[in-house]
Design a protein around this ligand. Structure first.
Ligand code: 13P
Ligand code: SF4
Length: 302
């Protein structure tokens, strides 16, 4: 049932011409009041065509930065300034520029979980749901895929004819899952399929029955009348359990909780809406234009 705070947020949203975007990892009470919810690719696409003056992004910083990149004329707010993705900070733009000097023909592919500064020195961005389609289209002697070595190795395995070079980045949450977690889950829930996000380590993905982005995982679970083990952030298991009360969606590992994605509460959204909190995203124009090229490429090719 919709709460008083949710009703007030919905009213203020209308009154102030604000659109709320929420990543699927957000709490159910935030997803309920969002205008658009989905994985990072769906949010990037939605951001491009928004008709509003103000956007509140419930998720982590790189997602709010992407909205601002695509809609510079809008006020873009991140309710909690500390909500960042640790993977986004793992590789410096200087390291990429150095690599490009010695590998001038390499195409640099950046997972969208990266800083604006890093996007500015890359050629094309990808998300977990668009990576395969985009990398498949790249005609280059060498493809440097950063920062996520796990998503990168999953793509590399499917495109063995491409020369894909990986670096050492990873999501600390997904990368914490082990083979032992898979063996234990299979023993505890015999016969259940394991749905996995490609940010999980390669040896763990071997145990997966379905591998896909958060949106693909939700889609599979909603379209199949069966219990499934969830190999991505806990919020997806909670969301599915809420949507399909008769079904079970146990989590593959209890470590699958992203502290940053969990920082934003409904009250924080209210505070951002009423000017009592949140951070307004600012990107210098020259940096924005450089970084936007790789996001535009992602939307065009994805
Ligand atoms: P999606 O691309 O599936 O939305 O994933 C984003 C993310 O941060 C997963 O940890
Ligand atoms: Fe970043 Fe991992 Fe959290 Fe996703 S789950 S936001 S990749 S730290």
């Amino acid at each position: 049932m919709i709460s008083e705070l949710q009703k007030e947020i919905l009213r203020l949203k209308e009154e102030t011409g604000t659109v709320i975007l929420a990543h699927s990892y957000q709490a159910p009470e935030i997803l309920e009041i969002a205008d658009h919810k989905g994985d990072s690719f769906a949010l990037s696409v939605a951001a491009k065509d928004l008709r509003c003056d103000r956007v509140i992004l419930c998720g982590v910083r790189f997602m709010a930065d992407t909205v601002k990149m695509l809609s510079p004329e809008k006020t873009v707010l991140l309710p909690i300034a500390q909500a960042t993705c640790p993977m986004a900070e793992q590789i410096s733009p200087e390291r990429v520029l150095e690599y490009k000097k010695s590998h001038p023909n390499a195409v640099v592919v950046a997972y969208v979980n990266t800083t604006t500064e890093l996007k500015a020195v890359c050629d094309v961005c990808v998300t977990s749901s668009s990576a395969l389609k985009i990398v498949e289209q790249l005609d280059a002697p060498e493809i440097l895929f950063i920062p996520d070595q796990n998503l990168g190795s999953y793509i590399k395995k499917q495109l063995p004819h491409k020369n894909i070079v990986l670096w050492d980045g990873y999501c600390p949450v997904h990368n914490s899952v082990t083979e032992e977690d898979c063996i234990r889950a299979k023993q505890q829930y015999p016969g259940m399929k394991i749905l996995m996000h490609p940010e999980l380590p390669a040896q763990v993905l071997e145990y997966g029955d379905v591998i896909g982005s958060t949106a693909a995982i939700i889609r599979y679970a909603m379209e199949h009348d069966e219990d499934c083990i969830i190999g991505t952030e806990k919020s997806i298991s909670d969301y599915l359990s809420l949507m399909r009360p008769g079904r079970r969606y146990p989590l593959l590992s209890k470590r699958l909780m992203c502290p940053d994605m969990r920082l934003t509460t409904l009250l924080d959204v209210y505070k951002a809406l009423t000017g009592q909190g949140g951070e307004e995203i600012q990107i210098p124009e020259d940096l924005r234009l450089k970084a936007k090229r790789s996001v535009d490429e992602m939307i065009r090719m994805g």
